[in-house]
Design a protein around this ligand. Structure first.
Ligand SMILES: NC(=O)c1ccc[n+]([C@@H]2O[C@H](COP(=O)([O-])OP(=O)(O)OC[C@H]3O[C@@H](n4cnc5c(N)ncnc54)[C@H](OP(=O)(O)O)[C@@H]3O)[C@@H](O)[C@H]2O)c1
Length: 344
């Protein structure tokens, strides 16, 4: 039975009560577009920032349907679309709009769902793995001999990073904020796991690698950035891609925490960088959505690894589409492992 076309809308930024459900059927797909009946959509930390009004790329775009990834079945294709037809099972990325039961999206940003995957796995895949691959290979210039430290390693992107580091054969240290995440981090590929709720993060990191780390991936921001910088080896690269520690677990913006986090965020010194051969890079995939070739190249490599059995499924917690607020609350609790996905 066809699913009723609906969208989750954030009329204006705020807490869990800002979500509303609108009946909204998209028009026919434009040239280059495909219309998809969505079966599942992934939840990302960026969606929280969008809900709270803290996401720069969403400024001025409200009312807004959030969501960056989805899976489903092709219903119709616009002109100039090759490679997809009605009935195909696909997954895809979208610059917002994925919290929908029906979406028109660019054919360049969808991929055929592998035979062995269900829709939930498809919807959990694009953002975490595109981010992880882009970080390691494009920004980080990863070498096999690099010692890598990954913060928040049990989450969506963190797990994807561990999977790719294992494929590349790297020694890597995964950091988790709660003891119950340690087992998952080890299973996902961390050579060492640091549980910062029970041990001193940097003391243990120094014990494991006294000469520092060639790559550190930090999406915490203020809480760990200075320490990350100080623990780079000569020639080391610090990759900054988020500021999760500035968020509160109350479901609302905490202005004091935001201001405190803003002022605590280190400003790095170019003289020091040059004198110690350290590199700092920042990136945000949301500003790369028009780089279709890049996304397709990365996904082709990921799909090859997947077909060789090198990318295991990551833990996924599902929530019914209607329970989007509960899913956001769970992600903001910092207690989740792997990915969260809404199912239609
Ligand atoms: N720049 C990009 O292109 C890009 C793309 C995707 C994601 N990201 C960023 O990557 C990070 C991970 O994203 P994700 O969607 O995969 O989320 P996630 O890692 O599954 O969940 C967020 C994790 O961040 C840690 N954390 C630290 N401070 C927190 C706080 N105050 N509130 C909640 N969590 C906190 C927690 O892990 P521990 O307590 O175990 O550390 C939590 O489990 C986010 O910062 C996100 O913005 C950036």
């Amino acid at each position: 039975m066809p699913v009723r076309p609906r969208k989750i809308i954030i009329t204006k930024p705020g807490g869990y009560d800002v979500f509303s459900f609108e009946d909204a059927a998209p028009g026919p797909p434009a040239p280059g577009e495909v219309q998809v009946e969505v079966r599942a959509c992934g939840i990302n930390f960026a969606d929280i920032a969008v809900r709270l009004g803290l996401y720069q790329a969403a400024k001025g775009a409200y009312p807004l349907c959030p969501g960056l990834e989805f899976s489903g079945v092709v219903q119709a294709t616009g002109g100039d679309v090759a490679g997809f037809r009605q009935g195909d099972r696909i997954f895809g990325a979208s610059r917002f709009g994925a919290y929908s039961t029906r979406i028109n999206c660019r054919a360049e940003q969808i991929w055929h769902l592998p035979h062995t995957w269900d829709f939930v796995r498809g919807a959990s895949f694009p953002v975490a793995y595109l981010t992880a691959d882009y970080a390691l290979f494009q920004v980080g210039h990863l070498n096999r001999s690099d010692r890598v430290l990954v913060h928040s390693t049990a989450g969506g992107v963190g797990t994807a990073l561990l999977h790719l580091l294992r494929i590349n054969g790297n020694c890597c240290v995964g950091v988790v904020g709660r003891s119950e995440k340690s087992t998952h981090a080890g299973e996902a590929g961390a050579t060492f796991v640091i549980d910062k709720s029970t041990e001193d993060l940097w003391e243990r990191a120094e014990e494991i690698s006294p000469k520092g780390y060639d790559i550190i991936l930090d999406a915490n921001g203020a809480s760990t950035l200075r320490g990350s910088y100080n623990h780079l080896s000569p020639g080391g690269r610090l990759l900054i891609y988020g500021f999760a520690s500035m968020f509160s677990s109350t479901g609302r913006k905490n202005p004091l925490k935001l201001i405190w986090g803003y002022f605590r965020t280190p400003r790095f010194n170019p003289f020091d960088l040059t004198g110690t051969n350290r590199t700092i890079s920042g990136f945000n995939l949301i500003y790369l959505f028009d780089q279709t070739e890049l996304f397709r190249r990365i996904m082709a490599r990921l799909m090859k690894w997947n077909s060789e059995g090198q990318i295991p499924p990551l833990p996924i917690t599902t929530f019914p589409f209607e329970e989007v607020a509960r899913a956001h609350r769970a992600l903001e609790s910092a207690g989740t492992v792997g990915k969260l996905v809404l199912t239609v």
